[in-house]
Structures are given as structure tokens and as C-alpha cells.
Design a protein around this ligand. Structure first.
Ligand code: GMT
Length: 373
């Protein structure tokens, strides 16, 4: 089957899920075409069953905003026709589900039928999508997709509630490739990050307000007073400078490494003892799942889909949003108790196994089968 995948090509979780899905599909009976404005970060191999088509948006001085949806729809129409693509799977509703709907309409006028599968990832619903400026268009494009999936039960319920959607939404969670870890080799030395007697705490995100990265710094500040440790902050985004400033004010800048966007997330996680995710909104928490796969327990909030991923007392612990005190105390307890830490590491890994790629990809394939000719 020939599938077109539309996603954000950046370091965000929806792009990672879409790319890993496409890569995996292309290893079996699928021909996969990525259609987006840049080659997705994790898409390193292009071969006879894996293609990348770049969407170009010419800069025209008359436009204050360049019309990306228009360029994307046009590119989708051309690519579907040129490669006989049989289904479009769009990740993140804004603006992809909307552009896909237009593509379907244009192709219909030429007697070509293209089914649209939309996967909802999170803020396309819970933050941006529900904003009155976008809501009618998002609701319309969800209702007019041929099939809709969401990455957690919580996101499914939120979507139904916020947009009054009566259509079926199938939950297909995020996934990790457990086999990647089995023979995993780190590319750099642990000494680069911390001394032998120091614990390593990590956080990975796009440093947006919803990630509450300043809470990460405050929690670590409490931890480092009682446990010799280093904090690794991976990723980049609007709150990164604020975090650096807070570290300087607290006098802990020497203990915190800001690595920016990195393709070595797994290396960093594989050395970590604890992962902090105190988010305000989190539909699933792919970064937490990746940490769990690498045997790192999670201290997170109990918002959104996080309780579906982080199992209380097994893979980690969950707290109310903003409860820095309790998150700090539990972190210190785990890091000080080697037996508890070992138990939590195993618990994190065993929980991650439920989300192995081999269990999740067939769920997407079931959806595609509904539309295969
Ligand atoms: O909504 C976002 O923050 C962007 C999106 C992304 O592209 O990173 O993240 C969402 O999708 C991920 C993959 O499905 C989920 O694991 C994240 O939890 C989710 N982020 C939020 O809900 C904040």
C-alpha cells in the first residue's frame, strides 16, 4: 500500500511518532512518502520504499503570512497523483487535517478518492486547537477525516468534550522500539556529564510554557542540596534562557548542562537515574516513555494522559501540577535509596514494554486495512 505521511519535521513528539511509524512501515509492505517542509529529523535513510517530498512556500512580499496550507495542499495533490498514493495519514490536526481535507476535495473533482487518517497528538486540541480563532476549522477537519486516532484516552475524551465530536476516535498510543535498547551502545562517556559519585537527572522537551521547565530547575535545586547530582536539560524553546537565568540566580549553573536539541537523547537517557516531567499539559509524554525504555523512573505531574503512561509506584510517581515540594521529596527519596532506585528502574522498563513498536504499529495497520482497495 502507498501511504503519504504529513507531519512536522522538527524535534517534537508528533514528528518523531510520524517518522518512526513511516520508517517501520517502509520495512514491510508499504511505500511511504513523507510530505513536509523539511526532511524530518529522524528520517536519515531514503530508499526505494521511502520518499521525502519537500513543500516549498515561495516568499511573496505582498503576503504578511505565507500560505503554507495552500502550498501543502497543492503538493499533496501533485504527489498523490504522481505516485498513486492510496491514503494520507496526517499527524497534528493544525493545519494538516485542514490541508488534507482541501486535497481530498480537489482530487474528488478529478474523480480521485483519497482517504484521510488524522492522528491527534496534543496541543493541536488542548491548547491551539481549542482557541476560538481556530476551533471551527479544527472541528470541521476532524469531523471530515475518514478516520481519527488519538494518542491517549485522555486526549480522546478531551477532543470529544471540547469539540462536541460524535465520531469514533481510536486510541493508538505512542511507542518505542524496545529492541533498539537491547544492544544499545552509548556514543560518549558518562564522565562527560557527571562524576562517578553523582546521580544524573534529565529532562527533554521543547521548553514551551506548558512544559514547566522552571519547575524542573526548582526541583533539581532542592535535590542537589541533598544528593550529589547533575541535571541535563535537552531541547530548545522559549523558556530555555529563563531556565539558565534561574540556574545562575540559584548558583547551580555549574551543575546543569543545557545541551540544546540533540540526536543523542538515548545516550543521555541511558545514563540517567531520574527523569522530570512536571508538565501543565501532556497528552501522552513520549519523552517519558523513551526514558522508561532506558530504565529511567519518572517524576511527573498527573495531568492529561500521563497517568496512562507513568504507573504510580511502578514506573515512577505522579503529583499535582506545581507541587514542587512533593516532587523534590520523592526524587530525593528514590535517589538516596539504591534498592528503591533499582526497583523503579525495572518497573519503568517493564511498563515501557507495553508500548513496544511491535504491538502498536499493527494497530495503525488495522486502520489502513479499512481503506485498502
Ligand atoms: O502538542 C505538542 O506539544 C506538540 C506535540 C509534538 O509534536 O511534540 O507533542 C504532543 O505529541 C506527542 C506525541 O504524540 C505527545 O507524546 C506529547 O505528550 C504531546 N504534547 C503535549 O500534549 C503537550
Amino acid at each position: 500500500m502507498k501511504i503519504g505521511i504529513v507531519c512536522y519535521p522538527t524535534f517534537g513528539g508528533s514528528g518523531v511518532v510520524a517518522t518512526e511509524l513511516g520508517l517501520q512501515l517502509s520495512k514491510s509492505k508499504y511505500e511511504v512518502h513523507f510530505i513536509t517542509y523539511k526532511q524530518p529529523v529522524r528520517l536519515e535513510i531514503i530508499n526505494s520504499s521511502l520518499f521525502f517530498h519537500e513543500v516549498n512556500v515561495p516568499d511573496y512580499p505582498l503576503f504578511h503570512y505565507q500560505p503554507y496550507e495552500l502550498a501543502l495542499s497543492s503538493k499533496l495533490v501533485d504527489t498523490v497523483k504522481k505516485y498513486n498514493i492510496e491514503l494520507l495519514h496526517v499527524h497534528y490536526a493544525i493545519p494538516h487535517a485542514y490541508a488534507a481535507y482541501m486535497t481530498k476535495q480537489i482530487l474528488q473533482s478529478e474523480n480521485v478518492n483519497i482517504p484521510i487518517v488524522t492522528t491527534l497528538h496534543g496541543t493541536d486540541i488542548t491548547l491551539v486547537g481549542k482557541h476560538p480563532f481556530y476551533k471551527p476549522a479544527v472541528k470541521f477537519s476532524i469531523n471530515n477525516s475518514d478516520f481519527v486516532t488519538s494518542v491517549s484516552e485522555d486526549l480522546k475524551n478531551e477532543t470529544k468534550k471540547l469539540f462536541n465530536i460524535h465520531k469514533e476516535i481510536k486510541v493508538i498510543p505512542n511507542f518505542v522500539d524496545i529492541s533498539k535498547y537491547l544492544d544499545y551502545k552509548q556514543d560518549f562517556d558518562r564522565e562527560f556529564i557527571a562524576g562517578r559519585d553523582e546521580k544524573i537527572i534529565s529532562h527533554v522537551s521543547n521548553f514551551r510554557k506548558v512544559k514547566r521547565t522552571l519547575d524542573v530547575i526548582d526541583i533539581f535545586n532542592n535535590i542537589q542540596k541533598q544528593v550529589k547530582s547533575k541535571l541535563i536539560m535537552v531541547g530548545d524553546g522559549p523558556d530555555r534562557l529563563k531556565c539558565m537565568k534561574r540556574c545562575k540566580e540559584l548558583g547551580i549553573i555549574e551543575k546543569v548542562k543545557f545541551l540544546g536539541n540533540s540526536n543523542q537523547v538515548y545516550d543521555i537517557l541511558s545514563y540517567s537515574d531520574l527523569f522530570l516531567l512536571p508538565s501543565e499539559i501532556e497528552s501522552f509524554g513520549l519523552s517519558a516513555l523513551e526514558a522508561m525504555m532506558l530504565k529511567v523512573p519518572i517524576i511527573s505531574t498527573n495531568v492529561g494522559g500521563l497517568p496512562e503512561v507513568n504507573m504510580e509506584g511502578v514506573s515512577g510517581f505522579l503529583f499535582d501540577l506545581g507541587d514542587i515540594q512533593k516532587m523534590s521529596l520523592k526524587s530525593i527519596e528514590i535517589l538516596k535509596d539504591d534498592i528503591l532506585l533499582k526497583k523503579m528502574k525495572e518497573g519503568a522498563y517493564n511498563t515501557a514494554k507495553k508500548y513496544d513498536i511491535k504491538k502498536i504499529i499493527p494497530q495503525y495497520e488495522e486502520v489502513y486495512k479499512l481503506f485498502s482497495k
